[in-house]
Design a protein around this ligand. Sequence first.
Ligand SMILES: Cc1cc2nc3c(=O)[nH]c(=O)nc-3n(C[C@H](O)[C@H](O)[C@H](O)COP(=O)(O)OP(=O)(O)OC[C@H]3O[C@@H](n4cnc5c(N)ncnc54)[C@H](O)[C@@H]3O)c2cc1C
Length: 465
Amino acid sequence: MRHDAHGYWIEEAGLEGSPSLPALAADASADVVVVGGGYTGLWAAWWLKRQEPDVRVVLLETDRCGFGPSGRNGGFVNSMSFSLPTLRQRFGDRAAIAMAHAGDESVLAIRDFCCEQEVDAWFVHGGYLQASTAPHFDGAWDPVAAACSELGEEGRIEVLDRAAVRARCDSPLFRCGAFYPMGATVQPARLAAGLRDRVLAAGVEIHEHTRVDSLSERDGGVVVETPGGRVRAGAAVLGAGGSLLRFRPLRRSLTVTSSHMVITEPVPDLLEELGWTGGECITDSRHMIHYFRTTRDGRIAFGWGGGRIVRGANVHGRAEIDPDVTTAVLEHLHRFFPQLEGRPPAHAWGGPIDVSPTHLPVVRTVGDRSFAGFGYTGHGVGPSQMVGHALASMALDRRDDFTALPIVDPPTVNVPPEPFRVAGGAIIRRAIISKETAEERDRAPGAIARILSGIPERIGIHVGR
Ligand SMILES: Cc1cc2nc3c(=O)[nH]c(=O)nc-3n(C[C@H](O)[C@H](O)[C@H](O)COP(=O)(O)OP(=O)(O)OC[C@H]3O[C@@H](n4cnc5c(N)ncnc54)[C@H](O)[C@@H]3O)c2cc1C
């Protein structure tokens, strides 16, 4: 099995060793400088040029565009329906409905972009299935179903019994579940590469291998420093994922953890046997979520959100390659699909997850002329399109439906300061894993694990969706 940082999708898309764009080698100026070439930065650059074709945009990426989480995620393109209860609690009913609709439109905008721009990211609208794998998780979706019914949004979720879940995918662990028709999948690296190409063609100046070391606001604009030169611009869009922790004003805004994935060799015969041929992306109902999907050549891609807390803003190292967590992921894959016995996996990889204390994405004005998008908490593929749109509008001083979304400059919720963020976070994550592992095996969790895993909610930090 190949085990590396960049993962299978980048390899499959033929991007390894493909030509990169030259690093910034002299001072430059622009109307807007974009920091980070993942989905957030690329969508922002795309919408900047769509809204004002003459605007001068420089995008700086420390590695290659889309080689971070944006090119190596599970490829689940989800709307925000499963966050309705959290959205309601935080923003009220009207704003929650507006966010849910914006989440749907974001999924559809990605589909339409791929179609209109002829970006073949293998977008499949197969829906998202949330399954229960133990009695404790039965009905984990009930709050979403209740919120949908109370808000008149019934079409967002369909509650399924065991037979209906198993008809979609016959894992021996599945007991019952819920189906969200708006869910889709993409080949994530193909989407990122297609976006990069179209953004370039739209006239954005992209510099890869260009790390932004600092950002300051000066004379009504911004200055970013890189090893090869400085860029002065009227505004900055910050889409640097977990690395945003490096920027002082955002240090209390997020925690960084990691998620790790494996992918099998093609097993189309097994998918037939499982009846898993509808393209559904699937998760269990744990907070430390297992997520899995099929590919067009009949593989199973399987991930787990149970990686470790990252120290500081170090999004490399064990956040990307963690043999211990990968061994656990492989074990879990075989619990879901014991039929894989004797069929070795092809590739393993991992990457950082930017977790916000509310578990909702955030668009934040930082200073006067800098705007950051982050906090997707492992669900950024769908929402990053609308976040990028909001960031573009803000950098252009426009006010529109995107800047009016409740996730734009919401009331601040901070994560605890160091050392509690990392040390406390690591202890609590271990407790949640231990509690959920017991629950998954239909055993009572230990008292300490139960008490520790309840701490985040007691101090105002949301766990879940
Ligand atoms: C293993 C894994 C599986 C996932 N599965 C899913 C999924 O199935 N569905 C889903 O919705 N989400 C998933 N996610 C989360 C999803 O990938 C992210 O929410 C999304 O990619 C966020 O995009 P982004 O552009 O904000 O950040 P990133 O993709 O992290 O992009 C940030 C970019 O900024 C660059 N950068 C960082 N620092 C600097 C700097 N100082 N200067 C210049 N550039 C810099 C980085 O190199 C990177 O390219 C998963 C994540 C991982 C790791």
